[in-house]
Design a protein around this ligand. Structure first.
Ligand SMILES: [Zn+2]
Ligand SMILES: [Zn+2]
Length: 249
């Protein structure tokens, strides 16, 4: 493992550890690149389980300080993990353009109208909705990779034709747009039923670039064995696995 492009910290209110602890762990593990990708603050703060808007200046200041402090030792990339919420896209753009958050990840944890929790979907129609949201998000061109595409397996549990069809829609678009897809080691570590092996068997039918990330929410998550387990899953299936990302200027 030479890079991790999906990292949280205590700033998200459901993780632990200071930013600098993650940086030190990354250095211990020999990483060359570490993207800090907190859940993006949302206008109006509809979600208490993430950084609130008024916490952003302090977070940003600390992150900028650490980027400078570790320059030459570790390439720290400023990023955010974002849902596709149409009304928030301008604010995401502002984080990229004004504050240098150059890596924006699409991680669709809720439906784009904020109604459904995508960890708790049970109905086929909800999967279709999830696929439509993800595809609309990818089509904005704002996002650099798709986090945990099969996240809904946390709640949906059963691999059936509806899962197959939702994933076919998503994978076909990732292929068309050449957007990498993530095998998420956090889901693996906490046994959330994703990455879901049959989903990734189906992924072989597409030309996809696959990326393994820890999605760390604790310092110990960063280099935990599930990262290697996900890499082994991808390799055993013959998927095209990339280990570094070209970051946009
Ligand atoms: Zn999180
Ligand atoms: Zn995440």
């Amino acid at each position: 493992m030479t890079a991790n492009y999906h990292t949280h910290s205590r700033w998200c209110h459901h993780g632990t550890g200071e930013l600098e602890e993650y940086i030190l762990r990354a250095l211990e593990g020999g990483l060359q690149e570490l993207a800090i990708t907190e859940h993006v603050p949302l206008l109006g703060d509809p979600d208490p389980r993430r950084m609130q808007y008024d916490e952003f200046p302090a977070f940003n200041e600390e992150l900028d300080r650490l980027v400078e402090q570790y320059r030459g030792k570790l390439r720290i990339i400023k990023g955010f993990e974002c849902e596709y919420y149409p009304e928030m896209l301008d604010s995401y753009r502002k984080f990229r353009e004004e504050y240098g958050y150059r890596l924006l990840i699409l991680g669709q944890h809720r439906s784009s109208d904020h109604v459904w929790d995508n960890f708790a979907l049970t109905q086929p129609g909800q999967l279709a909705r999830y696929a439509d949201d993800v595809c609309a998000g990818l089509r904005t061109g704002m996002f650099d990779f798709l986090a945990h595409p099969d996240v809904f397996m946390a709640g949906y549990k059963v691999y059936d034709r509806h899962v197959k069809s939702a994933m076919a829609q998503i994978f076909a678009l990732c292929q068309e747009l050449d957007i990498p897809v993530e095998l998420n080691a956090n889901g693996q570590h906490y046994k959330r039923n994703y990455p879901c092996p049959p989903v990734w068997e189906d992924a072989r039918a597409y030309r996809l670039r696959c990326l393994v990330n820890s999605d760390a929410h604790t310092v110990d998550d960063l280099l935990c064995p599930s990262v290697e387990e996900c890499a082994a899953l991808a390799d055993s299936l013959g998927l095209c696995r990339i280990s570094t990302l070209a970051i946009r200027p």
